[in-house]
Design a protein around this ligand. Structure first.
Ligand SMILES: Cc1cc2nc3c(=O)[nH]c(=O)nc-3n(C[C@H](O)[C@H](O)[C@H](O)COP(=O)(O)OP(=O)(O)OC[C@H]3O[C@@H](n4cnc5c(N)ncnc54)[C@H](O)[C@@H]3O)c2cc1C
Length: 471
């Protein structure tokens, strides 16, 4: 079969070699045309259409070791698919050997130590479901179908970030298969340089097979949801957001969205597709306190929809899932912000009014709090001056609409990036954002990451990521 080397050269891989891999992973080696191949190769962003030559569906560290050794011995291009949610489609590569981790979704909760051990193929919802049984939660993201591995390796933020920092700040240890096919532990005690690098430097350093998360008491009931108003109310709602967010306790996370109204049952039918401004709120402390904290939002003006209520935390964690279906075409532009400037609020409205698709949005996430208080050197995620995330999130259905939607996002970002901290989120970088943007995301940590890369992956085996060259 035709397959690619690490450097991207096409070679012929002899059938006996493919057969030997098949024998070691019975029933779990999938080739183009086999049942399950299309599912494995497809990722969340419908713009990405790549065809790995072999897919290996791993069950655990032993399978990962086998595959890494196979890739090493045959000089093959390797890619790793966690939840497949990376916007740049980094999980998949033409002609590669793909490690599909989607069978590795076990979660074990240690209630004494308050640690969840999750296999690296878990989606966020897998971890939330298991930890919430005990009224515990890890710091994860906003959409339950996202993979834990990619999210954590790039930093990670969600409704608990204001209380406890980046997801990567809340990892106790990882199990990793290295470029020389050894299973090692990465923690503050064991291989601390590798542990540091994994928490923000992406999948550059090995295949992570398990992640240990610190857990906190959260829920099961919290106060969370969305309130929406017509976009004509945007000046006032943006000002409400700006002032409320500045003084909000860490238990409360607020996000503002401007977009055409989705066809959601909680919004009146005649409003579907019309421009709205919405506040997403989640209070993860005591629900009675939460109701008081969100009262100014619920009583503000005349909303056209309000689902900001007491609800299970796990439900809140999947509230946005339906707005982000797999297979749609997506293109994002993003920056970290130090504050919400009134001038930025004006620009948010201007660019929201120019949205070209019913699925696109301009979003301001609040993340300030614990992450600002931790030291810059703790992990390469850095960006400890970030208090908000601006995401110009373009989403549409048809390839013929690519140009208009990509142009919209680019123009909006160009006009608003002046408000940036100067940093950006590595996990929100698109396919066309190259090494310069990786530098913007990783900043001063990049040099140290390159040194760690040299120690753990000198031949750059793990390169289908925002790649860090060994020095
Ligand atoms: C709808 C949506 C919502 C999102 N919401 C949030 C959010 O709330 N907060 C947030 O912080 N981010 C969010 N993100 C961004 C998300 O963190 C990144 O897209 C992340 O890369 C997804 O991880 P994944 O495992 O699904 O990705 P994949 O596409 O599977 O992988 C991404 C990268 O990680 C590498 N990788 C995956 N698994 C492993 C492994 N086991 N070992 C080594 N490397 C591995 C891959 O090779 C690839 O380079 C969101 C993304 C989407 C699409």
């Amino acid at each position: 079969m035709k397959i690619k080397t690490r450097e991207g050269r096409e070679i012929e891989l002899k059938q006996d070699k493919v057969d030997s891999l098949r024998m070691q992973l019975p029933g779990r080696v999938i080739l183009p045309g086999d049942t399950g191949y299309e599912e494995s190769r497809s990722v969340w962003n419908g713009m990405i259409d790549r065809r790995p030559s072999i897919v290996a569906r791993c069950l655990g560290s032993a399978d990962v070791i086998t595959c890494v050794r196979f890739a090493h011995d045959n000089d093959l291009l390797l890619c790793i698919k966690g939840g497949g949610h990376n916007i740049a489609g980094l999980a998949t590569a033409d002609g590669a050997l793909m490690l599909d981790m989607s069978l590795m979704r076990g979660v074990w909760v240690d209630t004494q130590q308050k640690i969840a051990h999750a296999q690296a193929g878990c989606l966020l919802g897998d971890v939330d479901r298991e930890t919430q049984v005990y009224g515990l939660a890890a710091v994860l993201g906003f959409v339950s179908l996202t993979g834990i591995a990619g999210l954590t390796l790039g930093g990670g933020f969600g409704y608990l970030t204001r209380r406890w920092g980046w997801t990567a700040d809340n990892v106790a240890g990882m199990d990793v298969v290295t470029a020389d096919a050894r299973l090692v532990r990465a923690s503050n005690e064991e291989n601390p340089d590798l542990f540091w690098a994994l928490r923000g430097g992406g999948g550059n350093f090995g295949v992570v097979t398990g992640i240990d998360y610190a857990l906190y008491s959260v829920g099961p009931e919290i106060v969370g949801g969305v309130v929406a108003w017509p976009a004509t109310e945007a000046p006032k709602v943006l000002e409400l957001y700006r002032t409320l967010a500045e003084t909000a306790p860490p238990e409360l996370t607020l996000a503002l969205l401007m977009r055409p109204a989705p066809p959601a049952p909680w919004l009146p039918k005649d409003r579907h597709g019309t421009p709205i401004v919405a506040l997403l709120a989640c209070y993860t402390g005591n629900p009675a306190e939460g109701e008081k904290a969100v009262a100014p939002i619920k009583s503000f003006g005349s909303p056209i929809g309000d689902i900001l209520v007491r609800r299970p935390y796990a439900q809140m964690q999947s509230l946005l899932d339906a707005t982000q279906p797999k297979g749609r075409r997506y293109y994002w532009k993003s920056e970290y912000l130090p504050r919400i400037d009134p001038d930025l609020c004006e620009k948010v409205q201007v660019h929201a009014s120019r949205i070209r698709s019913p699925h696109s949005a301009v979003i301001l996430f609040q993340i300030g709090g614990a992450l600002n208080r931790l030291g810059e050197e703790i992990s390469p995620v850095g960006n400890r001056d970030a208090r908000y995330v601006l995401n110009v999130a373009s989403a549409w259905e048809q390839p013929g609409e690519d140009g208009a939607n990509i142009t919209w996002a680019g123009e909006a970002w160009n006009d608003m990036k002046v408000f940036s901290t100067g940093g950006t989120y590595i996990n929100f970088l698109t396919e066309d954002e190259g090494p310069e943007r990786t530098k913007t995301a990783l900043g001063k940590a990049l040099h140290r990451l390159a040194q760690v890369k040299k120690r753990w992956d000198p031949d750059n085996m793990f390169r289908t990521n925002h790649n860090i060259k060994p020095v």
